[in-house]
Design a protein around this ligand. Structure first.
Ligand code: PNS
Length: 160
């Protein structure tokens, strides 16, 4: 059984992430969307909130599990019996960091390979940080995130 992990901060999940999740689920028997729970990394949403938003977005898929993790990604991959790490590449600017991440992970644990999926060109400009900035200024984020996420962002910004 091919188990893949798609790790990230997902603070919050965007349509760019959802596109990667949909495609990754098709090339995996099981896909685990793994939300980094790192108290040292400042995030707008708690890990539980981020998981809840992802679960809402992918509820029609049967082979996807959503969970938070802490510590090293490769340790989590081992625990989940995953042999593939999925990462999305938006542009060449992502590449250097992603290369470093993938090579480091493989040095620590050589039974895992990173597979890169190119982000749909429609979402190549999109990031969670940009969405948070637009939401903070009450801009229209309906093209970037699901209605559920948009509602959660409004609540965070005190506009519920
Ligand atoms: O969405 P992000 O913030 O780009 O995701 C980064 C993530 C979660 C994949 C990365 O920070 C990670 O794997 N963190 C877990 C700690 C770890 O394993 N670090 C060693 C590899 S550099």
């Amino acid at each position: 059984m091919k188990i893949s992990i798609y790790p990230g901060s997902f603070d919050p999940i965007t349509y760019g992430h959802i596109d990667i999740i949909e495609r990754a689920s098709k090339i995996s028997d099981k896909l685990v969307v793994a939300v980094l729970n790192n108290p040292e990394k400042k995030s707008l949403f708690t890990a539980d909130e981020r998981c809840e938003m992802i679960k809402d977005a992918i509820k029609q898929y049967e082979n996807i599990e959503v969970e938070s993790f802490d510590g090293l990604l490769v340790d989590y991959a081992k625990k989940k019996n995953a042999s593939i790490i999925i990462r999305g590449l938006r542009a060449v600017t992502d590449f250097e960091y992603e290369l470093q991440l993938a090579q480091t992970n493989r040095q620590i644990y050589d039974k895992v390979d990173t597979v890169f999926l190119l982000t749909n060109i429609q979402y190549s400009y999109l990031s969670s940080s940009i969405v948070k900035q637009v939401a903070k200024e009450n801009g229209d984020i309906s093209k970037f995130v699901t209605q559920f996420v948009a509602k959660k962002l409004l609540e965070k910004n005190g506009n519920n």
